[in-house]
Ligand binder design. Sequence first.
Ligand code: SF4
Length: 369
Amino acid sequence: MDMNRHEFQLDDLIERIKANDNRLVALQVPEGLKMQALEMMDSIEEDTSARIILAADPCYGACDLVHDKMQRMGVELVAHMGHSQMNIDSGMPTEFINVTYDGDPAIDPVLPILEQHRRIAESRLSRVEEDRQMSEEEAKELFVDAVGRVSPLKGTKLGLVGSIQHLHLIFEYKERLEAVGYEVEIPVGGARLSFPGQVLGCNYSGDSDEIGHYLFLGSGDFHPIGLVLHTGKPLAMLDPYTGGAEEMSFERIEKILRQRFGLIMSCDEAKSFGILIGEKPGQMRRNLALRMKRKIEKHGKKGYLLALEHIGPELIDFYPVDAFVNTACPRIAIDDSVRYAKPLITPFELEVALGEKKWELGYKFDEIP
Ligand code: SF4
């Protein structure tokens, strides 16, 4: 990754610090940009009379805003870099700093994948009725169709999404794709998302049944995995850092779904659950955790509420419970469950394990609205 091609938009932050005459500012940067943090601190301190404290704990999203701990340290303003504002109040004045990447890859490498996916979407649209009539047994065998059954198709549009540092290019890419014959929709999501086309690892609320397949502008498979688990729709990826194109394979998604199904089955005999509540402002789902506790108790089992800021195997494995239900960042259960000694499942998966929801009617991704 060429860091010189990232633009850190510090001007608004510097203006705000000067206007408020802030003396102590906390800077929060995502993991991938921490190497540049000291340089940024120098640059802000040179241009203002503020001292900068790096909030050096790991930070993976705007759900993890610096909050009252820094207030107790006397911090007056939080500068949060690389993520956009979401529908939470951390209790601290916060300036969000945009980071953009100028990579502008050609669409040619991704076109053959998109063509194939458009055909899949067209064929799915033509057999929506058949899918509706599929028996529960058939659906159970077809993990990917089980995901697809969550949102029956009404169209075959190409949904164009991206990670935040590439969203400034999204309308230009829409025009390029329309010029080669695609009907493109840039999804607009709910209050947790700030920009058209934006997706988070825990929120794909812009999805609509008019969209038959997706193109993701960004790198890595974190967002693509979540989007396909959420929608069951084919997804191509175009990486602005390398110009490379690939698809999120159905085999990969099927493997994840088989693993999820195995974890649900392994909770069949569980008598006690640890219910994890995330303390980070944008991950805290106390009411959901309490609802899960009530459900567990209704089935004659024990549920213990455990609140944590960070969640890791070393922090929970030793509790004498049979399994854990995660209500913090949904991706902890989905992406990291193999690291834990006991089954770690999502609230939907708990409901399936308790017999209250049916897996066969469609896998439900754990979304934070
Ligand atoms: S996926 Fe997890 S880390 Fe990312 S924004 Fe959502 S809750 Fe936060």
